[in-house]
Design a binder for this molecule. Structure first.
Ligand code: PRT
Ligand code: ZN
Length: 302
């Protein structure tokens, strides 16, 4: 039995032990949160902010959001969307506002078939059996493509079903494709792309908890921007500034400073909201920039 939630504290569900756990914890600690563990390891209690973490299986997070057992959840889009396709919840998609994607846990839900299968499109699945842990999303795809196929549910090791003869193809998560290749399977349809995302529950929060939520979301959003952002400094000829500015991705209006002893060159400082790669630096140099420095941004509040 979960203990009664204190309405003035924010409760966030994250995966207890799995692919998303470490990154979710890192994210929250970057936001300045410090936690103490409960004896049963079900909770991490916020020591410096009224925010507690509930450590659970990722599949349970959507239901906990729905019931108000937690206020926010770090969960894969795949898990959340599968949940909303459960027969009794199909109508309630709007119950789980997606606040933003978190930039990790990227994968896709795909149909994969044996490499030797002559796959001509969704119709090739007609009358076959497909093994999956995502029956809702798969049925949705089959319905949209007017394909009549049998779905067999497996909670894990889906990729071995064709070799065992229990299904002709599978529908499973793919990230690198190594698992499919190791099982002589090829990806034939991508049903959805997914990443870990921050979702809210449908319940209204107390004003104290809502205030904590807003503060936390501002910090989390800033962290996401910081992870991608770079501070770029370089020297540039005044007459090439216009062309140079176009090279950098999502650059803000730059600060232009005079350079002591030079009439032609200026120093340019700018914040780029996307990662800056070697290709960008090479293009900058070609366009006339020199002494180029790219610095990571540690904190940002806009
Ligand atoms: O115990 P719990 O239920 O919490 O964990 P879980 O076993 O259900 O989930 P877990 O930890 O495996 O994954 C959590 C989430 O990570 C998923 O819901 C996705 O949102 C995300 N994610 C990202 C992935 C993958 N990439 C992934 N590659 N989840 C699973 N896989 C599996 C996939 O099922 C297949 O078996 O990895 C294999 C394929 O990987 P590649 O790299 O060989 O293509
Ligand atoms: Zn799971």
């Amino acid at each position: 039995m979960l203990q009664q939630k204190n309405p003035d504290r924010l409760r966030i569900a994250i995966q207890k032990s799995g692919r998303l756990t470490e990154k979710s914890l890192t994210f929250l600690s970057k936001a300045g949160l410090d936690f103490a563990s409960s004896k049963d390891k079900l909770f991490l209690y916020g020591k410096n902010m009224p925010v507690d973490l509930l450590l659970v299986r990722d599949d349970d997070i959507p239901e906990f959001l729905r019931e108000g057992i937690c206020d926010l959840g770090f969960v894969g889009d795949n898990v959340l969307q599968e949940h909303t396709l459960l027969p009794h919840l199909k109508q309630d998609k709007e119950e789980y506002p997606r606040i933003f994607g978190l930039g990790y846990g990227h994968c896709r839900l795909s149909i994969a078939a044996p490499v030797e299968m002559d796959y001509q499109g969704p119709q090739s699945l007609e009358g076959t059996t497909i093994a999956t842990s995502y029956p809702g999303l798969l049925q949705d795809f089959l319905d949209k493509n007017k394909v009549d196929a049998k779905i067999t549910f497996l909670s894990g090791s889906v990729e071995i079903a064709p070799r065992l003869g229990t299904a002709q193809s599978i529908c499973d998560l793919v990230s690198t494709g190594t698992t499919l290749a190791a099982n002589q399977l090829k990806e034939v349809e991508v049903l959805m792309h997914s990443e870990a995302a921050l979702y809210a529950g449908p319940r209204e929060l107390s004003s104290a908890a809502a205030e904590v939520k807003n503060r936390l979301l501002t910090r989390l959003h800033a962290i996401m921007m910081v992870d991608e952002s770079k501070y770029v400094m370089f020297h540039a000829p005044k007459n090439k500034l216009e062309a140079i500015r176009k090279i950098l991705p999502s650059a803000e209006a730059p600060t232009i400073l005079p350079l002591d002893g030079s009439n032609e060159l200026v120093a340019v400082h700018t914040l780029c909201r996307e990662n800056v790669f070697w290709e960008h630096l090479e293009q900058l140099k070609e366009a006339g920039a020199s002494s180029i420095l790219v610095l990571p941004v540690e904190k940002m509040l806009v």
